[in-house]
Design a binder for this molecule. Structure first.
Ligand SMILES: C[S@@+](CC[C@H](N)C(=O)[O-])C[C@H]1O[C@@H](n2cnc3c(N)ncnc32)[C@H](O)[C@@H]1O
Length: 209
């Protein structure tokens, strides 16, 4: 397999650019969320192995992949391409998402453009994002138009931010209960927001987006 050189010397984008498949149980967590009426936007579709499975269960799948050689490998497979699977070799950061998408799928643990993709999906009317980009080892379903509170309003406990960062906001030990541990606060303006914004701007400037 020939893998083209990463377009940027920046380590974080080098990680994001890497191709690797996930295991069957990770794919199952995604597939279990889908229904037959869905129109899916698969961001970073790799060799289409998940996109093909999703196409078998849903109405339509757009599969965006930046790396032509990996996409070509998936297209060269002996299995015919399903009619409802639309592979597109493109940089999704610069791609206009069509309307009608019901769920975005972003299996990309090292994604550094989480917020950009979440905003693009939300702005084209999509309600859900199924992803491992925030927690890394876990697949979550994010309601894109859910209410989000400023980080400073969280007293203590787990949080997941619109910028893609996650963590535990510490507080007084006596205030930690099973209930506080079970809740994940959807937040904005977390401590990571400022630094991740400047990192993304730097990378995008480097790539002249
Ligand atoms: C970890 S792989 C996962 C592939 C696929 N989602 C799967 O689960 O089998 C991430 C993929 O995202 C692609 N990728 C990385 N950055 C991308 C970007 N900005 N736009 C589109 N694809 C990207 C990589 O080329 C790679 O194929």
């Amino acid at each position: 397999m020939s893998v083209p050189a990463c377009p940027s010397p920046d380590k974080s984008i080098e990680w994001e650019y890497l191709w690797a498949s996930y295991d069957a149980s990770t794919y199952k967590l995604v597939l279990d969320q889908l229904n037959s009426n869905e129109i899916i936007m698969d961001i970073g579709a790799g060799d289409l192995r998940l996109a093909r499975k999703m196409a078998a269960l849903t109405r339509k799948v757009y599969a965006l992949e930046i790396n032509r050689s990996i996409l070509d490998e998936g297209l060269a497979s002996s299995a015919p391409l399903p009619g409802n699977l639309i592979p597109i070799c493109v940089d999704p950061r610069a791609f206009d998402f069509p309307t009608g998408i019901t769920s975005g799928v972003l299996l990309m643990r090292h994604c550094i453009h989480f917020q950009l993709y979440a905003e693009k999906l939300r702005d084209c009317g999509c309600r859900r994002l199924i992803t491992n980009a925030r927690w890394g080892m876990n697949v979550e379903v994010i309601v894109l138009n859910a209410a989000r509170i400023p980080f400073e309003k969280v007293e203590l406990g787990w949080y997941a931010c619109w910028c893609g960062a996650v963590g535990f906001k510490p507080g007084l030990p006596e205030n930690i209960t099973y209930e506080t541990e079970a809740i994940i606060h959807e937040v904005i303006d977390c401590p990571n927001c400022k630094s991740s914004k400047s990192l993304n701007l730097k990378i995008d400037a480097e790539l002249s987006l």
